[in-house]
Design a protein around this ligand. Structure first.
Ligand SMILES: [Fe+2]
Ligand SMILES: [Fe+2]
Length: 194
């Protein structure tokens, strides 16, 4: 729970940084930034939650992005463009793509509980929304390329290296995490039918 709380705080910090920054296209409308609070915590009835290791990884990446958005010049501008593209994607990912992964250990041990059935709503939504989420990754990766280039040109190798790690994270989601989440949903459906 501590990790989830830290994640929510960092997410809020990222949103605040993204909104306060003079980005050309603000990600938050006149109603202000959406709150991430409550989207990553375990569901009280089902116990379905994002695995702590992924909460930590996200928190660390987001903390670094917040730092990068505060940079001067083209680097800060490019980092704010990344943050801008990440927000809505990130909220949806927390809602439907990452929580199902919290069931993998139990499923791999052969377990199933009726409460797990709730995950299929998430994984059905993920399967339906996958093309759009992958499109969003294309945009995010494009923005990360620009960040890498700007940071390299401005002598910020640590930001360029971070951009590479965030891009690798997106690739891991595409190649491993999203498919695993969908398979977790399929497995739950199958076992609950048996
Ligand atoms: Fe992610
Ligand atoms: Fe993603």
């Amino acid at each position: 729970m501590k990790h989830v709380a830290a994640f929510a705080v960092l997410s809020a910090a990222l949103l605040i940084a993204g909104c306060a920054a003079p980005a050309p296209e603000p990600s938050c409308g006149s109603g202000g930034c959406p709150s991430h609070a409550g989207t990553s915590g375990p569901d009280a009835a089902t116990g379905i939650a994002i695995p702590p290791v992924l909460v930590q990884e996200h928190a660390a990446l987001h903390e670094e992005l917040v730092q990068a958005t505060r940079a001067d010049g083209r680097t800060g501008e490019a980092a704010r463009a990344v943050a801008d593209r990440l927000h809505a994607h990130f909220v949806r990912e927390e809602q439907i793509a990452l929580p199902p992964l919290g069931l993998l250990e139990e499923l791999a041990r052969g377990g199933v509980r009726p409460e797990m059935g709730a995950v299929t709503e998430m994984t059905d939504a993920l399967a339906a929304e996958l093309p759009r989420m992958l499109e969003e990754h294309v945009e995010i990766l494009r923005a990360l390329d620009a960040l890498k280039e700007a940071a390299t040109a401005e002598g910020r190798p640590e930001v360029a290296e971070f951009a590479g790690r965030l891009a690798a994270h997106a690739r891991t989601e595409e190649q491993v995490l999203y498919p695993a989440a969908i398979l977790a949903g399929d497995m739950v459906k199958r076992r609950l039918r048996e």
